[in-house]
Structures are given as C-alpha cells and as structure tokens.
Design a protein around this ligand. Structure first.
Ligand SMILES: O=C(CO)[C@H](O)[C@H](O)COP(=O)(O)O
Ligand SMILES: [Fe+2]
Length: 216
C-alpha cells in the first residue's frame, strides 16, 4: 500500500512561503497540499490562483489543490493553467459531479472528490471508478489546527472496501488533525495520503516531521 505525505501550506509562513516550499522539496513529501477557501463554502478565506501559480515555479512536488469553494466548475481551467496536478472538489457543492470530474480530467489534472465529516462514503458508489483520489475530511473544513474526528477511521475502511469492489486504484487521502498517532491508525485502516499542516510547520524540524510521517 502506498504511503504518501502532503504537507499543507495553510500552516506555513506566508511571509516566506518559498522557504517552506524548499523544506517540502528537500523532504520525502509527495505532494504540496494547497487549501483554497472562498469565505462562502467555509467560514475562512485563504489564497487563490495567483499564489498557486507562483508556488508552481518553486515546488518540485505535484500540487494537490483542495478547493473549498462553491461553483468550482467556473475555475477549473484557471487552476489547470496555474499548475494544479490534483484538483479536489467538495461533493457538497457539486450538483453535477460527473460533469465536474470529467471537466477536471479534460484539463489534464487528476480528479479528486472530498467528503465533509458528515457526508457518507456511500454517496460515491456510482462515481468511484472515475476518480483518481478521494479526500476524507477529518475536521470540519475551514481551519488548520483542529481536533481529529475519530469517525474517520470507519470511513477509511468503508472507502477501502468500495475501492476494492470497484477494482479501481483510487487513492484515499485524509485531511485534518493528522499527527503521528492518528496518521499511523489511518495508514493501518487503508489510507494512502496524509495531509498535515500545523503538526508539520509548528514542529521544531518540519522536514524530519514529514519524513517521520512518511515512515509510519
Ligand atoms: O483543508 C484543511 C482545512 O480545511 C487543511 O488542509 C487541514 O486543516 C490541515 O491542517 P491541520 O493539519 O493543521 O489540521
Ligand atoms: Fe485541505
């Protein structure tokens, strides 16, 4: 089973983002996780397309862009141009999820769908075969540094079963409150990609923390 790490730059130093991207570049991280928030779908505003295209010039790992915005279809071409490699949309805002997923792929990106903590895994039954990744939120989206919701372990196992039944190679990513203890249990339950923001960037040695997460 693949074990991948996606440090979230939401917890990085925005006065010197390049320095934290270099930490990620030098580490064993697999992706750079970028949280885009619109202040409507979630009660917070982070950063958007211009920041992503600047990051693309310094990041040597694929950009894993987590859109917490309403009406994502409107911006899919812009995020592709900015250099997103994986584009994640929230199930809760997509009335025509199949169309949105196709649009992401037509723009050359990997398609990923995110579920809020209260959204059941079963809603993905009829689309799982089309997806490159599913992102399970283990906190309510909008902020870093929140407490992990332990119902997520059960959802990881359910999703692992769904993926196996569909014979797909879709990745399972988990986002929110990931530390060593939660991360280890998530990998054991069948997760592939761990997002970690505050745990990495508030640690004394972020590069070592990334590498330790990877080795869990
Ligand atoms: O999508 C997110 C918040 O909506 C972030 O990716 C997530 O919260 C990471 O932060 P932390 O590891 O500090 O919980
Ligand atoms: Fe995220």
């Amino acid at each position: 089973m693949k074990h991948l790490i996606a440090p979230s730059i939401l917890a990085a130093n925005f006065n010197n983002l390049e320095k934290d991207i270099e930490v990620i570049n030098h580490s064993e991280a697999d992706f750079v996780h970028c949280d885009v928030m619109d202040g409507v779908f979630v009660p917070n505003i982070s950063f958007g397309i211009p920041v992503i295209s600047q990051l693309k010039q310094v990041a040597r790992k694929p950009l894993d862009v987590h859109l917490m915005i309403i009406d994502p279809d409107k911006f899919i071409a812009d995020f592709a141009d900015a250099g997103a490699d994986y584009l994640t949309v929230h199930y809760e805002v997509c009335n025509h999820l199949n169309r949105t997923v196709n649009l992401i792929k037509e723009h050359g990106m990997k398609a990923s769908v995110c579920l809020n903590p209260h959204t059941p895994v079963a809603v993905l039954e009829d689309i799982i075969g089309e997806l490159d990744m599913v992102l399970l939120m283990s906190v309510n989206p909008g902020f870093g540094g929140q407490k992990f919701i332990s119902n997520t372990y059960k959802k990881v196992s359910q999703l692992r079963n769904l993926i196996e039944q569909s014979n797909s190679d879709c990745l399972i990513e988990v986002d929110g409150g990931v530390k060593y203890e939660t991360g280890k249990k998530l990998f054991d339950a069948g997760a592939n990609v761990l997002v970690a923001g505050s745990f990495v960037f508030s640690s004394e040695n972020p590069e070592a923390t990334i590498n330790n997460l990877k080795a869990l």
